[in-house]
Design a protein around this ligand. Structure first.
Ligand SMILES: C[S@@+](CC[C@H](N)C(=O)[O-])C[C@H]1O[C@@H](n2cnc3c(N)ncnc32)[C@H](O)[C@@H]1O
Length: 207
């Protein structure tokens, strides 16, 4: 017998509930953790002992996940304009700041060098695809600027972008700086969302 589709939606509607429930059960503050875990399983962007910079870290599920992988010998630095909702630990530094206007204190920590730059930053959306994509691209440019400045050779870069007119140019910029560049949409992303992740591994040595 064929099962009728629920009136309120099919598989895609049910999916966010699945990830949200799983996050709650596993004590992560957001369902987005499963996007990073999928990226990590596929591309191994974080290694034990790494210093990880998490841009747009609130409410903190990537922070918590990255801290676990980096382990006691590693360190996680988070930056967000909103507060993170995670228990602080000895290897976690959180700056409540705007990426576009970071304090000398935050730069001082970041400039010591990092092994992975993760950006899940998302602008406040307007519903206008062109405006939202342009805002997302600006945040991505800032994440890449930080990677240029503080990411060590061999390091990894993960950056969420809303696909728009600047997508190709941005992915080309990542391609030029890393040994490999991949474009990946984790299954945790909503199908209707224009968000996608650009992943650079093996940052090239500066010439
Ligand atoms: C999708 S959420 C990140 C979720 C996070 N990865 C997690 O797992 O908990 C996007 C975040 O980007 C942050 N953000 C947006 N613009 C920013 C900016 N200019 N500087 C710093 N953070 C920003 C937002 O405040 C928001 O918390």
């Amino acid at each position: 017998m064929m099962r009728k589709k629920a009136k309120t939606g099919g598989k895609d509607r049910a999916r966010p509930d699945y990830y949200a429930k799983k996050a709650k059960k596993e004590h992560f503050p957001a369902r987005s953790v499963y996007k990073l875990s999928e990226i990590q399983e596929k591309y191994k962007v974080i290694k034990p002992g790494d210093t990880v910079l998490d841009l747009g870290c609130a409410p903190g599920s990537w922070l918590k996940y990255a801290a676990k992988i980096a382990g006691k010998g590693g360190k996680v630095i988070g930056v967000d304009i909103k507060p993170a909702d995670v228990d602080p630990s000895a290897n976690m530094f959180i700056f409540r700041e705007d990426i576009n206007d970071m304090s000398p204190e935050a730069w001082q920590v970041i400039d010591q060098g990092v092994d992975a730059v993760l950006s899940d930053m998302a602008p406040s959306t307007t519903g206008r695809k062109d405006v939202d994509a342009a805002r997302s691209e600006q945040l991505c440019e800032m994440a890449l600027y930080v990677a240029d400045r503080a990411l060590r050779p061999g390091g990894s870069f993960v950056c969420k972008i809303f696909q728009g007119p600047g997508f190709k140019a941005f992915s080309d910029s990542v391609k030029a700086r890393f040994k490999t560049m991949k474009i990946f949409k984790p299954s945790g992303c909503r199908k209707e969302s224009r968000e996608i992740y650009i992943i650079g591994t093996g940052k090239k040595q500066e010439e």
